[in-house]
Ligand binder design. Structure first.
Ligand code: URA
Length: 440
C-alpha cells in the first residue's frame, strides 16, 4: 500500500469503505507500513463517523485473518471463551475462568491489557510474581488440555492487527467506538478458536458504552459477527451495569486479592453475583447445562469445596507464577502508602463514579497514559463504601494505595470528587447488575 491517506479522507468525509480497502489497510498495518500518526487519524475518523455493518464485518474478518488462527480441535471437552468490553474493577475473568474450569469447561482465553480508564486481565495477572502471559501457541494449547484453564496475551501471531490498533487506541482517545470495539473483541475471539463465546457488555459511567441503547447495539453486533463467522460460533451476551466499580478493589494486585476472596466465597456481592451469572452462561453456551439456574449449584459447590480456587492455583503454577501468592497475599506487590480517606459528610452514597475512579487509578500508575508505559501492579484504590451505603462523618470512603504522599493525596481528592451523597430518601433504586441477556 502506498498511502492510507485516501482512506483517512474517505472516512473523514463519512464514506463507507469497501472490504478490499479495509483488508488492504489491515495488511499494511501488520506489515508495519502505516505510521502511527496516520493510523491514529484513521481511527479518530472511525470514532467520529462510524462504520456500517458491512464495514464492521470486513474489519473484523481482516483483523481475525491478520495472523494465525488457533486450531483447538485436539482439546477434549467444551471450550468456552469469555470477554468483557471493559470496566473499572472488573476482575470477573479471574473468578469466572477458574469457576468454569472447575465445573467441566475448558477455558482457553486470550485477554487484553488495560485500555483507557479500564483495567486489563493481563496486567492483573502479571502482578502475581513470576507469572507470564506470554505463551506460544503450543504451550497455550497444552495448558488448556492439562489444566483446563489458560489465560494468556495474544501471541504475537494471533490477530496482530488488534494488538497494534489496541495499543494506539489506548492512548489516542479512540476506544469508544462500536465498530472498533466489536472488531477488536470478535477478531481475537474468532482467531482464538473457541466455538462458544460469552460476552460481558458493560454499560454505564465507567464503560465505553454509557447508555443502554449503545450497549445493546454493541452486544447485538458482536453476537451477529460470531454467529455469521466461519465456522459459526455459539455466542451469548450479558449487558451488565458499570456505573460504580465492580467490587471494592481497583488496581492490579488489589484486584487479584479480591478475585481470590471471591473464589473463597467471601467476595463482594456484586462481583460474586456477576461471576456466577457469567459462568452459568458459559455452561449454557458450551451446552453443559440448559439454563444458568441449572448450572448454579455446581458453581456454588466449586466455590464451597475450594476446587475453583485450586484451579486458579494450578493455572498460576503452569504459567510460571508463585501459587503461594494465592494463599498468602503478602506475596503480592504492596504499595508503600495506604492512605485512608475519611468521609467529611454523612449520608447515603448515591454515586460512586466508576469513570472518575478508573482515571484516578490510572493517575496512580495502575494504567497507561502513553503507549507501552510500565504500570505499577501495587497501586490503586479500595473502596470502603458502595452506592446505597450509609456513611457517617469519619467513616472510610476508600483506601488509596500509592507510592508517594503526593499521589496518595491526589488519589484521596479524586475519591471524594467521585462520590455523591443523598439523605437516603427518594433515591432511585439501584439499577440491576444484569440489565439484559442474549442467550446463545
Ligand atoms: N476490549 C477489547 O478487547 N477491545 C476493545 O476495543 C475494548 C475492550
Amino acid at each position: 500500500m502506498h498511502s492510507i491517506l485516501p482512506l483517512i479522507e474517505a472516512k473523514r468525509d463519512g464514506h463507507a469503505l469497501g472490504a478490499a480497502d479495509i483488508a488492504a489497510l489491515i495488511g499494511a498495518v501488520v506489515r508495519g507500513e502505516v505510521p502511527d500518526y496516520q493510523l491514529a487519524a484513521w481511527l479518530m475518523a472511525v470514532v467520529l463517523r462510524g462504520m456500517d455493518a458491512a464495514e464492521t464485518a470486513a474489519l473484523t474478518d481482516a483483523m481475525a485473518h491478520s495472523g494465525v488462527r488457533l486450531d483447538l480441535s485436539r482439546i477434549a471437552g467444551p471450550i468456552v471463551d469469555k470477554h468483557s468490553t471493559g470496566g473499572v474493577g472488573d476482575k470477573t475473568t479471574l473468578v469466572v475462568g477458574p469457576l468454569a474450569a472447575a465445573t467441566g469447561l475448558v477455558v482457553a482465553k486470550m485477554s487484553g491489557r488495560g485500555l483507557g480508564h479500564t483495567g486489563g486481565t493481563l496486567d492483573k495477572l502479571e502482578s502475581i510474581p513470576g507469572l507470564t502471559v506470554d505463551l506460544d501457541t503450543e504451550r497455550f494449547i497444552r495448558h488448556a488440555e492439562h489444566v483446563g484453564l489458560v489465560i494468556a496475551g495474544q501471541s504475537a501471531d494471533l490477530a496482530p492487527a488488534d494488538r497494534i490498533l489496541y495499543a494506539l487506541r489506548d492512548v489516542t482517545g479512540t476506544v469508544p467506538s462500536l465498530p472498533l470495539i466489536a472488531a477488536s473483541i470478535m477478531s481475537k475471539k474468532l482467531a482464538a478458536g473457541a466455538r462458544a463465546i460469552v460476552l460481558d457488555v458493560k454499560v454505564g459511567k465507567g464503560a465505553f458504552m454509557t447508555d443502554l441503547a449503545a450497549a445493546r447495539a454493541l452486544a447485538g453486533t458482536m453476537v451477529a459477527l460470531g454467529r455469521a463467522a466461519d465456522p459459526p460460533r455459539r455466542v451469548a451476551a450479558l449487558i451488565s451495569a458499570m456505573d460504580e466499580p465492580l467490587g471494592f478493589a481497583i488496581g492490579n494486585a488489589l484486584e487479584v486479592r479480591e478475585a481470590v476472596q471471591t473464589l473463597r466465597g467471601t467476595g463482594p456481592d456484586d462481583l460474586t453475583a456477576l461471576s456466577l451469572e457469567l459462568a452459568g452462561l458459559m455452561h449454557v453456551a458450551g451446552g453443559t447445562y440448559a439454563t444458568v439456574d441449572e448450572a448454579r449449584p455446581a458453581l456454588l459447590e466449586a466455590i464451597r469445596s475450594g476446587q475453583a480456587l485450586e484451579r486458579l492455583k494450578r493455572m498460576v503454577e503452569a504459567q510460571g507464577g508463585d501459587p503461594r501468592a494465592i494463599d498468602d497475599d503478602g506475596r503480592l506487590p504492596r504499595a508503600a502508602i495506604v492512605h485512608a480517606v475519611p468521609s467529611e459528610r454523612a449520608g447515603v452514597l448515591t454515586t460512586v463514579d466508576a469513570r472518575a475512579l478508573g482515571d484516578a487509578a490510572v493517575a496512580l500508575g495502575a494504567g497507561r497514559r502513553v503507549k507501552g508505559e510500565a504500570i505499577d501492579p501495587a497501586v490503586g484504590i479500595v473502596l470502603g463504601a458502595k452506592v446505597g451505603s450509609a456513611v457517617s462523618i469519619g467513616d472510610t470512603l476508600a483506601w488509596v494505595h500509592a507510592h508517594s504522599a503526593a499521589a496518595a493525596e491526589a488519589g484521596a481528592a479524586a475519591v471524594r470528587a467521585a462520590m455523591r451523597f443523598g439523605d437516603g430518601h427518594g433515591a432511585a433504586p439501584p439499577r440491576p447488575l444484569v440489565r439484559e441477556t442474549i442467550l446463545p
